[in-house]
Design a protein around this ligand. Sequence first.
Ligand code: PEP
Ligand code: MG
Length: 596
Amino acid sequence: MLEGGSKPEAGKPGKLVLHGIPVSRGVCRGRLFVLASPRTLQIDRRAISEADFAAEIQRLEEALILTRQQLLAVQERVTNGIGGDPQIFDAQLLVLDDPFLHDEVLNQMKREKVGIEFAFHEFCQRYLTTLSAVDDPYLSERAVDLRDVADRVLHNLLGQELPSDLSRLREPCIVVAYDLTPSQTATLDRRFVLGFATEQGSETSHTAILARSLQIPAVTGVAEALKHLRTGQYSLLDGFGGRLIVEPTDQTLFEFGQIERRQLAIQGRLREMKDEPATTLDGAHITLSANIEGPQEIADVQTHGAEGVGLFRTEYLFLNRPTPPGEETQFAAYREVAAALRPAPVIIRTLDLGGDKMPASPEGLTERNPFLGWRAIRICLQEKVMFKTQLRAILRASAFGNVKLMYPMISGLDELNQATALLEECKQELRAEGQPFNESLEVGVMIEIPSAVMIADSLARRVDFFSIGTNDLIQYSLAVDRLNPKIAQLYEPTHPAVVRLIKHTVDAARARGIWVGVCGEMAGEPVLAPLLIGLGADELSTAPGRVPGVKFMIRRLKRSEASELADFALGCEDGRAILDRCRALAESIAPSLFTE
Ligand code: PEP
Ligand code: MG
C-alpha cells in the first residue's frame, strides 16, 4: 500500500509512506540502502517529454561517473590483495567511456521519448545479443564485461545497490531489499544496520527473526518497495505500525521521538529484572531460554537474563562457505557456547538447512517447494558423513557443559530411529578413540510437523524432551507459507487447530513424564506466552532480546489465569477470539508493556 506524493503535504507523515507487516518493534530513522532484487531489475518504459532530456542526460552522466568510481575502488581492493586480476576492470572501464554507447543511448532516448534507463537497457540488450551470436571467445568475454558494467550502471541509474553489495555498508542505514537471504545477512556488518524493510517475508521469515534478535525495527511485506525507494533517501521506519515514511515531516519526527523515549523507558525497566526468576505470582517456574545462531550471541544470552539456550540454530555455521565446516570448527563453536553458559543448558539443534536457509548453492534454488523438500533431518540422513561430523562435534562439546541435542523436522519414527543409530555409531567411535563426552546426553525432537504431533506418544517413549517449533507447525498445519506476505493474515498462531496441536503434544509428553518447550516465535510474544504456559509448556525459548518482555509478563501472571485462558482457547472455535482474550489478559496484567 502506498500513500503520499512528491512533496510532504500538511497532515501527511512524510513525502511517501509504504505499508507492510510490522515484525520487529521499534523505530529508527536514517538513510536508506536499497538492495536490488537478485531476481531482476524492473525497468519500466517510462514516457518523457523533450523538457526532460537534459535531466535524463545528467542522470546518465552521474551514473557513469559513480560506476567508474565503484569500479576503480574494486580494482584497488583487488590490487591490494583480495584476489583476482585487476586488469579485468580496465576492459569494463573502457566500456564506460565508449562514445558509441553514449551516442546510441541518447539517440534512442530522444527518438522514442523514453526514460534513460530504458534506453540504456535496450541498447545493452541489443549489443549483448549480437555479441553472443558470434562464436568467438574474445567477443564472449567482452559480452561478460558489458553485462557486468551494464548491471552496475542500471543499478546506479535506479538508485539501487547490487544485490551482493551489503558489504558496502559504511554507515548506519535502513536496509531495504526484496528479501534477505541468510547468506546475505551473514556478510552484513551489523553495526551499520538500523532496521530492515523487505518486500517479501512475514513474522517468521529469517529477516524478521534476525531483526528481533538484533533488536532493531523491521517491516516485511512492503509491496513495491524497490520500485519506490532509492538509496540515500532519509526515512523513518516504524516497526510498531509497519510503515516506512520517506522524508518524514518535523511533526512525524517529533511524534516518533516520543514513542522512542517511551520505548527506552520500558526497556530500562525490563533490564532491571534481568536477574529475577521467570516465576509466576503463584510460584510456578517457567524455564526461559534464548535462541541463538552462534557463539557471537553468548553475551546477549547473559545480558538479557535467559537461563540457557533453548535452540542453537547450527545451520548458520554452514552458510556462506563453500564446504560444510569440519568437526574441529564445529566442536570449537559448540564448546565455546557450552563452556561459557555452563551449568545452564544449551540445546544444540542439528542442521536445519533448507526452506529459506540454503547456502548459495544451486540445489536449494531449484526446488519447487523448498519447505516441503530437501530440508533438515532429510538432508542429514542422506548426507551421513556430514551428519556424523556434526553429531561427533556435539557429543564432544557435551564434555564441556550442559549440552542437549535436538533433531529438527522429525515427521516419523523411522527418521528418529535412523538418527539414533547414527548417534550410537558416533558414540562408539568416540569411546574407541578415548574422546570424552556425556554418556547420558539428553536427546529431544522438535515437534513442528503435524504428523509428529499425531505420533507424539511414540516419540515421547524414545526421547528426553520435546521442543515445539511453532513457526513450522503453524505453516504445515494451516498450509500457509510462513514467508509469503500475501497470506500473512492466514498465518494464525491462535488458530484453534494450532492450540489443540500444542495441547495434544503436551499431553503426550506428560503421559511419558518428559518436559516440553516451545522455541518458535510464538514463545517470544509476551501476549501469547500466557497461553503457552496455560497449555502446559515448561520452557519458552526466544531471541535474547525478547526474553525480558516475556519474563516481565510471566512475573505478573498467575498460573490459574494461564490455565483459564488455555481452557477458553481449547473450547473456542474462533482464532480471533482466542487472540483477543490473550490480549485482554496481557494488557490487564502488564499494561506498561503496551503503552505505544
Ligand atoms: C520453528 O519452526 O518454530 C523453529 C523454531 O525452527 P526454525 O524457525 O528454525 O524453522
Ligand atoms: Mg522449524
